[in-house]
Design a protein around this ligand. Sequence first.
Ligand code: 13P
Length: 248
Amino acid sequence: MVKKIVAGNWKMNGSPQDIQSFAHYSQILTKPDQLDAIICPPFPLLGEAKQSFHEQLLIGAQDCHGELAGAHTGDVSAQLLQQMCCSYVIVGHSERRQDHAETDVMVGRKILAAQELGITPIFCIGEQMDQRRAGRWGDVLAQQLSILRDEKIDAGMLVVAYEPIWAIGSGARAENNDIVEAHGFIRAQLASLANNASKIAILYGGSVKPDNVVELSQLADVDGALVGGASLKVEDFSQLVEAFGATL
Ligand code: 13P
């Protein structure tokens, strides 16, 4: 069975007070062992999360550099993330691809760096609205996934997140049938790229909220969610964890 995952991406939000709210939640959180609940705060809050979170709530980072150390001002290495007890790291998020001109090659290096340190990458892919309208979403996803052809990448230690760019922050998640179609396509692509494709968790991201999560959690090939806005409040995040937990 594929592990279920609910990962909160706080992006450039959150405060030490929010870490404390989630620290309290982590102490009362009960969930099945086959479900990972993760919070990915901004880098400066990782130390506080490490000190405060009970082990039921895992820590993730929002990015790492492709190299393990060196002259890269403002960047953070997977090595340091490991020391901050990060179990996961988001790589290739569309906001980083756009704001920091990250290419597929750079994302591939980040995946390798994370894996080298024993941190599971949450590898984000997704198409823009004009690409979907032009019927090119499959080509876009296949191109982004093709970096997994690098035989050094360990497909056994990888999570893929499908985040259609047009659904992120829009308030409306993608339609069920579009999600099922895209996840089925990603699963098939992974089968041609990795031996254990059926074990790779595929998350959906883009306006996942308490009022649309139950239906989402029951869709084929949806193994969890990568969540922005609704991961900032304990009351919302806990409902997302409960919904995916109920599927186990
Ligand atoms: P929202 O849930 O706010 O749409 O953000 C999704 C996302 O980008 C998670 O990485």
